[in-house]
Design a protein around this ligand. Structure first.
Ligand SMILES: [Zn+2]
Length: 189
């Protein structure tokens, strides 16, 4: 969903997209968004540039300002090469697809070497599996049940995740963010 007119929205629904000093998002997964309080604080501390604004204003008796919808850092932060190990990022690596049957719904984590057999929760030992396949595999090794994942799990680079991520935009994007993001999504009228 793209929202154009949110002048009446509550303040907590007005986060700002945070860009690095090179005008690329600070992070994609999750998308770097700051709440309005953090944004206003950093504007006053002169740490960020305001790139775009909401219609929504905040006011006090002596002052008013439009809330920034896009800001950029004044100091460049070197992006990390590897994304965080999160549930979402594992699903993204596996393109939100069960690695056993190809289903896209009811997704869970499957430990290739089950926890009960000493398997750890890591990029290399976890794959996306639907609930059915997860239950079916249970506490067995792939060799014990002839269930092999389509990919050998690996630790992806940021770039590999970005490649998959283009197909999975988040469900809320403000119009003013789109110039800085790579999701090619249609605006709602
Ligand atoms: Zn499955």
């Amino acid at each position: 969903m793209i929202v154009n007119h949110i002048s009446e929205l509550p303040l907590e629904k007005c986060p700002a997209l945070v860009l690095n000093a090179d005008y690329r998002p600070l992070s994609y997964y999750p998308l770097s968004l700051w709440c309005w309080q953090d944004v206003v604080r950093d504007v006053f501390l002169d740490r960020v540039n305001i790139v775009s604004e909401y219609e929504r204003e905040i006011r006090s008796p002596s002052f008013s300002m439009k809330l920034p919808s896009v800001i950029s850092l004044k100091t460049f932060i070197k992006p990390s090469e590897y994304p965080n190990f999160t549930r979402f990022n594992v699903f993204l690596r596996d393109k939100f697809t069960c690695q056993y049957c190809g289903a896209h719904k009811n997704l869970t984590f499957d430990h290739l070497v089950p926890k009960s057999k000493g398997g750890i929760t890591s990029w290399e030992n976890v794959v996306t599996a639907c609930m059915c396949c997860n239950v079916k595999k249970g506490n067995r090794l792939s060799s014990e049940c002839a269930m092999y994942p389509k990919i050998k799990p690996y630790r992806p680079t940021d770039e590999q995740l970005h490649k998959n991520g283009r197909n999975f935009p988040p469900n809320f994007l403000h119009q003013s963010w789109l110039d800085y993001l790579y999701w090619d999504v249609r605006l709602e009228a």
